[in-house]
Design a protein around this ligand. Structure first.
Ligand SMILES: Nc1ncnc2c1ncn2[C@@H]1O[C@H](COP(=O)(O)OP(=O)(O)OP(=O)(O)O)[C@@H](O)[C@H]1O
Length: 252
């Protein structure tokens, strides 16, 4: 059974069909990127999965169950986190407290039952917070107020916050947007490290093809709302249809 599955998903905004009959699936431990020219429907698809948008037609299943009846926060508790959203950081709090809050909020996490019944649960929250900050390379900065971190480190903290919730599926929407080349390289390295150290399933939206090609097990290509190709990085690199979609964009 796939971890995430969309079936004939359609989203129309008035006369615009942003998502046009999209049926895709992601298996556990798969690292998938979603690419496509501007306006292809990538953000719309992510917003449908996180339940920030209602589909016009179609179905979305997570772990085999429909999530269409769920609110965005319910989806998070089922195990879907979205990283690199600016609102996730408490700027005035130290880095470590940001990680603790995220760990505490992970109601579906491994320590959930302990949290309700055992006095040492806060030790476990601390353990998750520490492990997460070590994974994202911010342990040395743990006492720094989040607001005082450089931009790239703030983005690392956002990833850490998403990871501390121990998500089954991590959604990342353009994690390197607005970063310098150095920060971009550090973020890619970070995602690769996390990928190596944890069982991580992610869906990444990214414009930088080098990143996409290096980081993905599989790539899904959207164009004008439809899936026009999916396959390994090699298959996508060689697909004429994908090249046409990118190169032909200027003529439309
Ligand atoms: N809230 C909305 N109201 C009306 N039209 C919308 C809305 N959101 C998206 N669209 C339209 O739906 C289509 C898909 O947009 P979407 O933002 O999902 O594409 P994208 O692939 O994420 O693009 P980009 O790479 O530029 O971020 C576009 O034509 C866009 O104008």
């Amino acid at each position: 059974m796939p971890l995430l599955e969309t079936e004939n998903l359609v989203k129309r905004f008035g006369g615009v069909t942003a998502t046009d009959d999209v049926s895709v699936s992601i298996e556990s431990n798969e690292r998938v990127s979603l690419i496509g020219p501007n306006g292809a429907g990538k953000s719309t698809l992510i917003n449908l999965i996180t339940r920030r948008l209602d589909p016009t037609e179609g179905e979305i299943r997570f772990n085999g169950e429909s999530i269409l009846g769920l609110k965005p926060h319910d989806v998070v508790q089922r195990g879907v986190s979205k990283s690199f959203q600016t609102a996730s950081i408490f700027p005035q709090l130290p880095v470590i407290d940001n990680a603790r809050i995220a760990a505490l909020g992970a109601e579906h996490g491994a320590f959930r039952l302990n949290l309700l019944s055992r006095l040492d649960s806060y030790d476990e929250v601390d353990a998750v917070a520490r492990e997460t900050l070590q994974d994202v390379g911010l342990w040395a900065e743990r006492e720094t107020a989040a607001a005082d971190l450089p931009y790239g480190d703030k983005r690392r903290l956002e990833l850490g916050i998403a990871l501390a919730a121990e998500p089954d599926l991590l959604l990342m929407d353009e994690p390197t947007a607005g970063m310098s080349p150095e920060e971009t390289a550090a973020t890619v390295e970070l995602i690769e490290n996390v990928k190596a150290e944890r069982d991580l399933t992610f869906l990444l939206v990214e414009h930088d093809m080098e990143i996409v090609m290096n980081i993905s097990d599989r790539i899904i290509v959207l164009d004008r709302g439809s899936v026009i190709a999916q396959g390994t990085p090699e298959e996508i690199r060689e697909s004429e249809r994908v090249q046409d979609a990118y190169l032909g964009g200027a003529d439309r």
